[in-house]
Design a protein around this ligand. Structure first.
Ligand code: SF4
Length: 292
């Protein structure tokens, strides 16, 4: 098995090695994030023959901001280059249906690999490192199975097993911080400016459009939290756990926002803070990723 760094595990998206799967396999609904409706399995009209996006540099201005947010955790290149050994759905259309079905399965598995790899970087989570490593190896092995096996793989059941370790790791990291319990909470548009959320349990919380300016989110568990449009200007997310680049990309922020070391500041943040902070309920993310 490769190492446990996200790069060694192939969890960093490489659009150059992908057959544009997120731009074909996934459906989108016309909304603030996407300018048009698109059915699953139908290529986006902006996808070029070479699997690149024809409007890559203008996605936001053209109404496709959702494409700048999505992250496949490297599932696209794994399906393209490993599962299908470099044979695309354009070259072999008979593989298309299955390839589109395998892609979300692979994405789910790669997302779990991301979290498990993160656990191995957390000193406080040492008591569950062995369990996390074993699950990581098991999950990575599944990602190398055939398309037929992957298509029928029960990601939800596997996620349940992984989640037990994620929960335990979260407890260990947040132990003694007396963090608030907001698991799954509806905090859409909440006024949380300067809030003390260190060590908080924000698993699956809806923070769409929330004002989190200057909030202390250190060591907060943000797994699955919906941060679309949340304002993280001046917020401190140092040591926040199970936060992904896609979540950060979907939020607003500024150069003053402090992020975990593994994540990067989205290029659109400078401009995004000028946008309206009005909370809005949007469709659940079914985002494609921008093609370069
Ligand atoms: S990045 Fe978005 S707009 Fe571009 S081809 Fe993919 S789905 Fe279409």
């Amino acid at each position: 098995m490769p190492g446990t760094h996200p790069r060694e595990l192939g969890l960093l998206s490489d659009c150059e090695s992908c057959f544009g799967l997120c731009c074909v396999a996934l459906p989108f609904s016309a909304s603030a994030d996407f300018a048009v409706d698109k059915d699953a399995g139908r290529p986006c009209t902006n996808l070029r023959d070479d699997f690149r996006c024809s409007i890559h540099s203008r996605l936001r201005e053209r109404g496709f901001s959702g494409c700048t947010v999505f992250d496949c955790f490297g599932a696209g290149q794994k399906v393209s280059q490993v599962t299908y050994a470099g044979r695309s759905w354009r070259e072999e259309p008979e593989t298309a249906r299955q390839m589109y079905a395998v892609f979300p399965v692979m994405r789910g598995l790669h997302e779990l690999l991301w979290y498990l790899a993160e656990i191995l970087t957390l000193p406080a989570a040492v008591p569950v490192h062995d369990s996390a490593r074993a699950l990581l190896e098991e999950t990575e092995k599944v990602t190398r199975e055939s398309a037929g096996v992957l298509e029928g793989f029960d990601v939800a059941a596997h996620r349940e097993r992984v989640n037990e370790v994620l929960l335990r790791a979260s407890e260990l990291v947040r132990h003694g911080l007396d963090g608030r319990q907001h698991r799954g909470a509806d905090l859409i548009g909440a006024r949380l400016r300067g809030a003390r959320l260190r060590g908080a349990n924000l698993r699956g919380a809806y923070l769409i459009g929330a004002d989190l300016r200057g909030a202390d989110l250190r060591q907060a568990d943000l797994i699955g939290a919906d941060l679309r449009g949340a304002d993280l200007t001046d917020a401190d997310l140092t040591g926040a756990i199970f936060l992904t680049q896609a979540q950060v990309n979907a939020a607003k922020g500024a150069p003053t926002t402090r992020l975990p070391a593994t994540l990067t500041r989205p290029p659109h943040w400078t401009a995004s803070t000028q946008e309206s902070r009005a909370p809005r309920r949007t469709t659940k993310p079914r985002h494609p990723r921008p093609r370069r």
